[in-house]
Design a protein around this ligand. Structure first.
Ligand code: 4HU
Length: 450
């Protein structure tokens, strides 16, 4: 590593036992704490996963969008006590701007919607795949980055939008071989909690903070939750009512608590009816305990979970009809979900559904003598122009034993050898490695037979 003028690119501090290179001690080769490298075999799995994200988004007629990794910190300065805000990977840039590595994609999407304004034909159906960051104290050894697939529908007030999103999630799981025996999607509606808070005359502006607190019910001791609710201005007699509401598992119980005319009941019933239409009803489970930990949800909320209960939430989302107006825009109905790249891979491992993704090569081309390297490059170029994946042997001094082993490692379909005897007759030696046959062909015959 060459030291930059006056500022070494890395600190080459001497460490006991550190192997020495020509320039000094070896730098740490690990990626920063909580982050991952993607060497080829891991990158092939990630590409496979993202291709499935994109294919489902395409089937649902969504358009891909993208945003900067770094955003103005003000996009995330919500005051509801969210973990995602408390763990902001934020800093001041060299221009004194307060910026952050995005912890989620929805605020960027909202910013772009506001930027584009009413010029867009609504509803907008946008998807994005992007790396998101959090600065988590490494005490828990959790990751600090992951990639998220987001699908969002902007401009549809009805639960038809949520039904589309839930169908997209089920389509994705099904594509990967995951069934409703493996995974379920818990569905609820924050209007349940809203109705309960109204019953206890709890101020509306404490609603986001209460949602963030009760989202931690299964993660923190009850006393801690009650303490946080108390700090958020929820009287102790209301706590019981809130906890009771969150334990409901049936629409009848829900109607008994908040009335059959409540918006939550109507929306949930309509959503589950639409689910029947999509044929995804087996995947959905009404569960009032689902609140989700983002402050801006206002209606439907949902999260994918593994029925073996070994993993954290696989995906999650909901309706956020007020987010654009909190950024100074007009009230715009919106809903979406986030689907991380890590838990799904753990689930695929559990279910033995990880795909086998070898580095696939069609043809290996090798000159047997250095004098034939130029025509060998020409053969490779012509094969590639026909769409063949070609590994041209560019290493020097390789022999037949080595190249056969190399073809086996690469699982190549064909080996094309250029030797002077055959080349003098204008031919190359084509070995079909699957059929174990070899023939002499002119290059034109080889290309035409491809
Ligand atoms: O889902 C919360 C989150 C946000 C950013 C990075 C990671 Br890892 N996890």
């Amino acid at each position: 590593i060459r030291a930059m003028s006056g500022s070494p690119a890395v600190s080459l501090k001497e460490k006991e036992g550190t192997p020495k290179g020509s320039m000094g001690s070896l730098i740490s080769t690990d990626p920063p704490k909580g982050t991952r490298d993607f060497p080829p075999e891991d990158m092939r799995l990630r590409t496979w996963l993202f291709n499935n994200f994109r294919e489902v988004s395409r089937l649902f007629s969504f358009e891909e969008v993208d945003f900067p990794l770094v955003e103005s910190e003000e996009l995330y300065t919500r005051k509801a006590g969210e973990e995602i805000v408390g763990q902001l990977y934020n800093f001041e840039d060299k221009g004194g701007r307060k910026v952050a590595l995005r912890p989620e994609l929805t605020p960027s999407l909202a910013r772009l919607v506001l930027q584009k304004g009413r010029a867009q034909s609504y509803p907008l159906k946008w998807f994005a795949i992007g790396q998101c960051w959090r600065y988590e104290r490494m005490t828990r050894g959790r990751r600090r980055e992951h990639y998220q697939w987001n699908m969002d529908i902007i401009g549809v007030p009805g639960v038809e939008a949520e039904a589309e999103l839930l169908s997209a999630i089920v389509t994705f799981f099904t594509k990967l071989g995951i069934t409703s025996n493996d995974v379920g999607i818990k569905v609820s509606n924050r209007k349940v909690l809203q109705a309960v808070l109204e019953k206890f005359n709890i101020p509306v502006d404490s609603f986001p903070a209460v949602c963030v607190i009760v989202d931690k019910l299964e993660k923190l001791p009850r006393e801690e939750i009650e303490g946080e609710l108390d700090k958020a201005g929820v009287p102790s007699n209301a706590v019981e009512g809130i906890l009771k509401a969150l334990s409901l598992k049936s629409f009848d119980d829900l109607e008994a608590l908040i009335g059959a005319q409540s918006g939550a009941v109507a929306e949930l019933k309509q959503l589950f009816a639409l689910a029947e239409g999509y044929g995804i009803q087996d995947w959905l489970h009404f569960d009032a305990s689902v609140v989700r930990g983002l402050a801006y949800y206002t209606g439907t909320v949902f999260e994918g979970f593994d029925k073996d209960k070994k993993l954290r939430a696989i995906c999650g989302g909901g309706r956020y009809d007020r987010l654009l107006s909190t950024y100074g825009g007009q009230d715009t109905p919106a809903c979406g979900f986030g689907f991380g790249d890590a838990v799904i891979v753990e689930l695929l491992k559990e279910k033995k559904l990880l795909p086998v993704l070898p580095h696939v090569v069609d043809d290996v081309v090798m000159a047997l003598e250095d004098s034939l390297r130029v025509p060998a490059a020409g053969v490779a170029a012509r094969l590639r122009s026909k769409g063949r994946v070609v590994e041209l042997v560019i290493e020097k001094g390789k022999k037949m034993k080595w190249v056969f082993k190399h073809c086996d490692t690469l699982k190549a379909k064909r080996l094309v050898l250029l030797g002077s005897t055959e080349w003098d007759q204008g031919k190359v030696n084509v070995k079909d490695l699957d059929a174990r046959e070899q023939t002499l062909k002119t290059v034109d015959e080889l290309i035409e037979s491809t």
